[in-house]
Structure formats: structure tokens, C-alpha cells
Write a protein that binds this ligand. Structure first.
Ligand code: PLP
Length: 422
């Protein structure tokens, strides 16, 4: 089907930690992790064992039909490790989009308020054709031809300091984008007393690894709390250790009211969750949430093992260490090649934004595609991101061997050099 794009026209048959092998036996260093999913590596032996054991015991009963241990244990665990101090409860779904849809449903139902405020240049999903797509702040390709989308979701500018929509410089701007929300947006577009929640990725994933300033997130939380508006934190891409903390929002010292998680939660088996403050979750209407497959026993067993390994092997701390290695190399690329306009990220979630000219910041979109294609030929898989498809984002597994990480970074530089013919 033409509507589905393919980043790399190759067929992968096997994987081992950070390496993938195609049908011809060619080896690739994987800096995609299936879009930030296989954080514990491909064919992780501990996960293979856990999943096999669970398959032999129980595949499915449906969490709306009976209880089963892996689901209950995982809900308890997630409630415990979620950011902040409040008591939490959990709703399981299958994908990130469904988690976001349900987070919005919860926010609307329990507050009795209509509006959700989301961000330009965000991505919250497309699968469920619901609120997640409404809340996504990029028109092409995600929203093309799908109107009308569910109403009541309004977008505001993200604090994307490299391309500030207000043409200001951080920190001298005094958070002009938040000022706009407080003084203009809520008076002209969306009244706070009718707003259920603000939905934010504190590090935008598909948007190109844009990290919100620390004071922006803290000020936003304060403002929402003062006005009884919920903070909904989308951790689908940035969660699970990638930013150096288990949850990206922990880097900001802020507790969300509701959080969504998916992707790396079960290292590739379909699973997502909404984790909300118990006080809110207890107010939901009986029977108004659910789904046949959410919280599948096999996915839940895998997720329990993911949590055990993350904590035992201190993978968030490893993400800091790996991130420092990556950042050093990306900074060197910035020093050597004019095309690298910005280097940014948190932990091992690092990216470069390519531009034709550092002053005008004209996006180098076609060069970005060429670098990614060249890298694949050389045995490195990369992913694009960003509004203008000019960001190369790195998503290595958190278990990647350091030599393999360096090899991948060498291949990235070689590819850049060859495309630029320098
Ligand atoms: C932040 C964020 N939210 C939601 C989603 C949607 O997740 P899914 O593709 O599992 O529906 C994504 C997917 O990339 C994402 O990055």
C-alpha cells in the first residue's frame, strides 16, 4: 500500500542486540531500534526465555474477562515506578496512539471539560484515528485527507528554541511562548475553565528530538496546577531510560497527572499504558474503558522482565554514559561540517539537524535523505525526523556495546563526508 512508507528497502531476518542481518547476510548497526522500541536489544535472551515460558502458560483471556498475574503485577509495578509521589493506577492498551486517545478520554471524562491543548510539531499517533491524530502537530503526511478529526484539540507553539516561532533567543526571551499562552491564547482561543489538560512530549520525538527548556516545563506545570488543568505527559518515545532517567519528565522534576507509555515497554511486543493519579482514575465511569487485547499476558510478562533488567543493569545511567559518547562525536561533526546546524538531545536520545546555511537555517532535507541512504549502504540504519525531514535522530538500544556504538558513529561521519564530498 502506497500510504505506508518504508525507511529502508531491505529485508531483515535476524537480530542480535544492536546488530541486524538482512536476507543476504549483510550486517547493519541498528540506530533505529524499530523507532525506539528494542531498547534491550534484538532477541534479548532473557526476554526470549520469559516470553517462551509465558506462551507455554497463557496467551489470552482478556483483562475485561478475568484477572491474570502478569497484568496485575505489571500494573502494580508501573504504578510504583511512575514519576512523582502520588498513588497511581494503570490502564493497558496496545499502541501509543491508543494510550494517548485514552489519556485524553480520561482527562475529559473526569474533569467534565472539553478542550485539550497540544503542541505544534508534536506527534501523538495516528493508528486509532482519534484524539491522538487531532493532537498531532504536523499536517503532512499524518493528517492529509482525514478531516474532520475529533474536535476540541487546539495546538500551541512548542518551545523549539532553534526555530523559535517568536524569533527570540532562549533564555533572554523570558519564555515568550509560554507568555503567549498565558496572556493571549487562553483569552482568545481556549478558556482555561473549559480545558481538561495540556498534552506534551517534554522531548519531542518525531518532531526531531527537541528538548523543552527546564524552566518551561516547570512553569507550565505551575500554571496548570494553579488553574486545575491536567498535565498529560506523552512518554511513548522518550520514556524507558532513553533520556538518562526512567521517564523523560523526571529530568524536569515535575509530576504529571497522567502519563502515556508504549514502544520500549515490552521491547517490541504490542503493549501500551496510561498511568494516572489514582484520584483521577477512580473517577472514571465503570465500563467506559477497555479493549480486547490490551494488557496481553505475554506482553505484560515481557514488560515485567524489561523493568527488572532496566533496574538491575541501571540502563538509564548507561544511557547517560552512552549519550556522552554520542554527544561528543556529534559536537565534533558540528565543528567540522557547516551542514550540521544543531546538535541536541537528552541522554542517548541525541540528534543533528542539517541545514543548507547556518544563518538562514534552510533545512537540508534532501541531503539528510542522502546521508541516511549512504549510511545504510555502509551498514548503519538511521531514522529521519523533524518538521522538514532534516533531522537525523539516533535510537541505539541501551544495551549496545560501546565498540558497536563507536562503529555506528564512524559510519555516520563517513556517510556525511561522502555526501558532502569533503
Ligand atoms: C510521542 C509519541 N506518542 C505516540 C506515538 C504513537 O505510537 P504508536 O505508533 O504505537 O501508535 C508515537 C509514535 O511514534 C510517539 O512518538
Amino acid at each position: 500500500m502506497k500510504g505506508v512508507s518504508l525507511a529502508h528497502p531491505i529485508t531483515i531476518v535476524k537480530g542480535r542486540n544492536a546488530l541486524l542481518y538482512d536476507i543476504n547476510g549483510k550486517e547493519y548497526v541498528d540506530f533505529t531500534s524499530g523507532i525506539g522500541v528494542t531498547s534491550l536489544g534484538h532477541a534479548n535472551p532473557e526476554l526470549v526465555k520469559t516470553v517462551t515460558e509465558q506462551l507455554e502458560k497463557l496467551w489470552h483471556t482478556c483483562f475485561m474477562v478475568t484477572n491474570y498475574p502478569s497484568c496485575a503485577e505489571l500494573a502494580e509495578k508501573l504504578a510504583k515506578i511512575a514519576p512523582g509521589v502520588s498513588e497511581k493506577q494503570v490502564l493497558f492498551q496496545n499502541s501509543g496512539s491508543e494510550a494517548v486517545d485514552n489519556a485524553i478520554k480520561i482527562a475529559r471524562q473526569v474533569t467534565g471539560r472539553y478542550y485539550i491543548v497540544s503542541y505544534e510539531n508534536s506527534f501523538h499517533g495516528r493508528g486509532a484515528y482519534g484524539f491522538a491524530l487531532s493532537a498531532t502537530g504536523k499536517w503532512k503526511p499524518y493528517k492529509v485527507g482525514f478531516d474532520p478529526l475529533p474536535p476540541g484539540v487546539e495546538l500551541i507553539p512548542y518551545p523549539y528554541c532553534y526555530r523559535c516561532p517568536f524569533k527570540q533567543e532562549y533564555p533572554g526571551c523570558g519564555l515568550a511562548c509560554l507568555d503567549y499562552v498565558k496572556k493571549w491564547f487562553i483569552n482568545t482561543r481556549v478558556p482555561l475553565e473549559r480545558t481538561a489538560g495540556f498534552l506534551i512530549e517534554v522531548v519531542q520525538g518525531e518532531g526531531g528530538y527537541v528538548v523543552a527548556p527546564l524552566d518551561y516545563v516547570r512553569e507550565l506545570k505551575k500554571f496548570l496546577e494553579e488553574n486545575n488543568v491536567l498535565l498529560i505527559d506523552d512518554e511513548v518515545q522518550a520514556g524507558w531510560g532513553r533520556t538518562g532517567k526512567l521517564w523523560a519528565i523526571e529530568n524536569f522534576g515535575v509530576e504529571p497527572d497522567i502519563m502515556t507509555t508504549a514502544k520500549a515497554i515490552a521491547n517490541g511486543l504490542p503493549l501500551s499504558a496510561v498511568v494516572g493519579r489514582k484520584e483521577l482514575m477512580e473517577k472514571t465511569h465503570p465500563g467506559s474503558f477497555g479493549g480486547t487485547y490490551g494488557g496481553n499476558p505475554v506482553s505484560c510478562a515481557a514488560a515485567l522482565k524489561v523493568i527488572e533488567v532496566m533496574q538491575r543493569d541501571r540502563l538509564p545511567e548507561r544511557a547517560v554514559e552512552l549519550g556522552e559518547m554520542v554527544r561528543k562525536r556529534l559536537n565534533e561533526l558540528y565543528e567540522k561540517y557547516e551542514i550540521v546546524g544543531d546538535v541536541r538531545g537528552l541522554g542517548v536520545m541525541q540528534a543533528i539537524e542539517l541545514v543548507k546555511d547556518r544563518k538562514t537555517k534552510e533545512p537540508a532535507s534532501s541531503e539528510t535523505s542522502k546521508v541516511i541512504d549512504k549510511a545504510r549502504d555502509k551498514g548503519l540504519l538511521l531514522l529521519k525526523a523533524g518538521l522538514y525531514h532534516n533531522v537525523i535522530r539516533l535510537h541505539p538500544p541501551l544495551t549496545i556495546e560501546k565498540e558497536i556504538l563507536e562503529k555506528g558513529l564512524d559510519l555516520l561521519e563517513e556517510s556525511l563526508k561522502e555526501v558532502l564530498k569533503v
